[in-house]
Design a protein around this ligand. Structure first.
Ligand code: SF4
Length: 341
């Protein structure tokens, strides 16, 4: 069955692979970048980000030399900024330790910052043609359904089976294409809802299809609901109409990004205002004017965000003009809040 599955997957890939800007060239940097961007982001969404990023930083060395603010500004809108910071840090390590070339050795790749088993395998198989397995959400879905595995996603038992099977499947010709075929099948045919089993090259062997209820697999992981937290953003505008933004320190909420005054909303509007303005070295007696409400959801926490405007009487060193905003690393939340002004 395994060799039948391999052949079917490669035939499917030859016939249906989407033309993506990072496919085909076999450039380890392009593949690494696309895989990091693809974590938590849909392929269609990331393509323009990828193209802008690679045009500005065409090599690992050029990325390593960049200022972090510029890297984050090109990442603005993709979210999960820790990925961008680790990518940048990793580029510096590759320049320092490997002359700017992605290491071919799997253990060396795995030891790099921000490169886990999945990314190392994607680079190894797709860029270098090594028989290295990958398991992501798409591969998990395809294999769990194909073999009828019902252990919950994220469980040690399922992870062990998935990696063992992916490692066995990838042995043979065209390991990179085989891995991409599984991801492509999961992204386009074996989708979470309404999989198109009648078009699937694996249907003759697929336990979930034969069982009649493919959507039930894989068994979802048990999640606790994200807790709610009230947050406020204070869009402080100086006499010239510029907005006050301060770069947050690493490790803090929105670390490394430029944020307007903000904090957890307590219901004491004046106290909240004073605390939020303090890091900017400002005080104000003005009552903030509410502009609207937004939601900002992270994996474990759902922020219910009130957005206010306040006029600041004096010019500030933290004031940023409209032209500057594009070149700063802003969170998606800040961009949405600024659009309310
Ligand atoms: S037959 Fe259906 S459930 Fe099975 S792998 Fe193909 S698309 Fe997925």
């Amino acid at each position: 069955m395994r060799s039948r599955a391999r052949e079917a997957l490669l035939r499917f890939y030859d016939a249906h692979a989407r033309a993506l800007p990072f496919r085909g060239a076999g450039d380890p940097y392009a593949i690494w970048l696309s895989e990091i961007m693809a974590q938590q982001t849909r392929i269609e969404t990331l393509i323009p980000y990828f193209e802008r990023f690679i045009a500005r930083f065409p090599t690992i060395a050029s990325l390593a030399e960049a200022e972090e603010d510029e890297v984050l500004s090109l990442w603005s809108g993709l979210g999960y900024y820790r990925r961008a910071r680790l990518l940048h840090e990793c580029a510096k390590v590759i320049v320092r330790d490997y002359g700017g070339e992605m290491p071919r050795d799997a253990a060396a790749r795995l030891a790099l910052p921000g490169i886990g088993r999945y990314t190392a395998g994607a680079i190894g198989s797709i860029a270098f043609g090594f028989e290295e397995p990958i398991v992501d959400g798409n591969v998990t879905r395809v294999l769990a359904r194909l073999y009828g595995w019902d252990e919950p996603v994220g469980s040690a038992a399922l992870e062990k089976k998935l990696w063992a099977e992916a490692a066995a499947l990838v042995v043979g010709e065209r390991p990179g294409d085989l891995n991409q075929a599984m991801m492509e099948l999961g992204a386009t045919i074996c989708t979470p809802r309404a999989p198109q089993c009648e078009r699937c090259p694996l249907s003759a062997d697929c336990a979930a299809f034969i069982g009649g209820e493919p959507e039930l697999l894989p068994t979802p992981r048990k999640r606790s609901k994200p807790r709610k937290e009230p947050l406020f953003l204070l869009l402080a505008v100086d006499p010239a109409g510029e907005k006050l933004l301060l770069k947050k320190s690493e490790g803090a909420l929105f670390g490394g990004l430029f944020m307007p005054p903000h904090g957890i909303e307590t219901g004491d509007t004046e106290g909240d205002r004073d605390r939020a303005l303090e890091p900017f070295g400002l005080r104000s007696d003005e009552a903030p004017v509410k502009l609207g409400e937004l939601r900002h959801i992270l994996s474990h926490i759902a922020y219910e965000v009130s957005v206010y405007r306040i006029e600041i009487e004096h010019e500030s060193e933290y004031a940023r003009g409209f032209d500057e905003l594009d070149s700063l690393g802003l969170s998606r939340l800040t961009s949405k809040a600024l659009a309310l002004l």
